[in-house]
Design a protein around this ligand. Structure first.
Ligand code: NAD
Length: 468
């Protein structure tokens, strides 16, 4: 049997810690969850009955404040899962250079079984319960979307917080992933998927890393299977397809489809929205067992749904050369050992899905500063581009084509700033992991990621004086 999720994360931590000679007390402080809040609260259903909801918020590390991490709505939520996810957030933020500790929240419900007004009531009450114990606030703990939640839930949380903290100028920085109309930021919804794409693209630039996995460099023509076509999986697939990868398989919670020659992503998503399933989609083989999609031939497998999807019972059947962990914890430690022994390359969750929290950082900064990134720079960029174009024309006696001139004169939008800063973070972090792996002769990129994170955390704890 696979170890519990939190235990797996602690195991990965211990493996990385074995490459350091840090004080064992300091390692203990970095490793474990600092606080967990378990809540049970009543919510009235539309039929008049009352249901008691079980929910959590875990705060893994206070070396930086606020702590940051999503809120998950799923019937699988339990304390172990939320603590594991909070720990991953701490390490993810450290690798990406974000000034946050890690946190995570969860409400144990299947959101598809609740009406929109029930979701609103149980979300507002959850936010209020977090406020009651100081488990939310712009400088304390800032949630965001995760599985089963999105902009709508974040809007309810922001509105509830603002209603109570009405005089706080930072109130809207209490949560990120909000709609644009409520102080959100462009690009947040697709940020995790975009980061997954950038991470895979960066990995595919390094021929020498790919040869043990039997792959050539470059994204064009690479065959990709995605398990879980929600926010993260769908957006990762879209950016990969736009860059020339071939989407050959799509998996959902109840079924999946595969075609080695490629699937039209948008047509398949429309088909699923209309029919509530992928099965029966023309020009692809359908599987009733959602697990089957994991075992189909492809170059890159992207698990983008639940933890432990690839475990000791099925790791031998994985045929992909790269396993790109868009989900949190999709590969169990035993499965990882099997895959690594076969030369497969794993892009670890603590690096690969950090795009969401990176853009959340930009949203949080924007909410604190009360100014958009575009407002401060765009006109300056346009003016200076036009000046450079004029100088070039004068010096070369040539004319810049109207299409090039209109590109130069349009200037960057806030989305351009967000996406370029996200790209920079993902590219920089990948190379950090690569270098650490080579420098310490580590077995894989996950160990490199954990080692980078725990060294940074150790330094923070020591220099800040928090650790005695
Ligand atoms: P989501 O709710 O938008 O989508 C999840 C999808 O997975 C749904 O379409 C669901 O039907 C599908 N699914 C569930 N169980 C499945 C199964 N057994 N097989 C195949 N598909 C299944 O959630 P999301 O926000 O896309 O999150 C997906 C994963 O990415 C989670 O592990 C989450 O923690 C992680 N993640 C999300 C974000 C974010 O910004 N949303 C950031 C980092 C990591």
């Amino acid at each position: 049997m696979s170890p519990a999720f939190y235990e797996s994360v602690l195991g990965y931590f211990d493996r990385a810690a074995s490459y350091t000679d840090l004080d064992s007390g300091l390692l203990d402080q970095i490793k474990y969850c600092n606080s967990v809040y378990r809540i049970r609260y009543p919510v009235r259903r539309d039929d008049g009955s009352v249901e008691v909801i079980e929910a959590y918020r875990a705060e893994h590390s206070y070396h930086r404040l606020p702590v940051k991490g999503g809120i998950r709505y799923s019937s699988h939520v339990d304390q172990d899962e939320i603590m594991a996810l909070a720990a991953l957030m701490t390490f993810k933020c450290a690798i990406a250079g974000l000034p946050f500790g890690g946190g995570k929240g969860g409400v144990k419900i299947n959101p598809s079984e609740y009406s929109p007004s029930e979701i609103e009531r149980l979300t507002r009450r959850y936010a209020f319960e977090l406020m009651r114990k100081n488990f939310i606030g712009p400088f304390i703990d800032v949630p965001a979307p995760d599985m089963g939640t999105g902009e709508k839930e974040m809007a309810f949380i922001a509105d509830t917080y603002k209603a109570v903290e009405k005089d706080s100028p930072a109130a809207f920085a209490c949560v990120t992933g909000k709609p644009l109309s409520l102080h959100g930021i462009p690009g947040r919804k697709e940020a995790t998927g975009y980061g997954v794409f950038i991470g895979i693209r960066e990995c595919l630039k390094h021929e020498e890393d790919l040869s043990p996995a039997g792959l050539t460099a470059g994204i064009k023509g690479k065959k990709v299977v995605i398990q879980g076509t929600g926010n993260v999986g769908y957006h990762a697939a879209r950016f990969l397809a736009d860059a020339g990868a071939v989407i050959v398989g799509l998996g959902a919670s109840r079924d999946g489809i595969y075609n080695p020659d490629g699937i039209d992503l948008e047509k398949a998503m429309l088909y699923r929205a209309k029919n509530k399933c992928f099965s029966g989609f023309p020009d692809a083989e359908s599987f009733d067992n959602p697990q089957e999609i994991l075992y189909q031939p492809c170059d890159i497998l992207i698990p983008a749904a639940m933890e432990n999807a690839i475990n000791e019972t099925n790791s031998e059947r994985i045929r992909a050369s790269i396993i790109a962990e868009a989900a949190n914890g999709p590969v169990s430690p035993a499965a990882e050992a099997v895959l690594i022994s076969k030369g497969r390359l794993i892009l670890p969750d603590i690096y690969l899905n950090s795009g969401g929290v990176t853009v959340s950082y930009f949203e949080w900064l924007k909410n604190l500063n009360h100014v958009s990134f575009e407002r401060m720079n765009r006109r300056y960029e346009i003016n200076s581009n036009e000046k450079i174009a004029e100088i070039l024309e004068r010096l070369t006696d040539a004319h810049i084509a109207p299409s090039d001139r209109s590109f130069l004169s349009s200037g960057p939008t806030e989305l351009d700033y967000v996406n370029s800063a996200l790209e920079e973070t993902m590219v920089f972090s990948y190379n950090l992991l690569r270098r650490k792996k080579a420098e310490k002769n580590l077995p894989d990129l996950r160990t490199a990621g954990y080692l980078i994170a725990l060294e940074k955390l150790a330094e923070n704890y020591i220099t800040s004086g928090i650790f005695p």
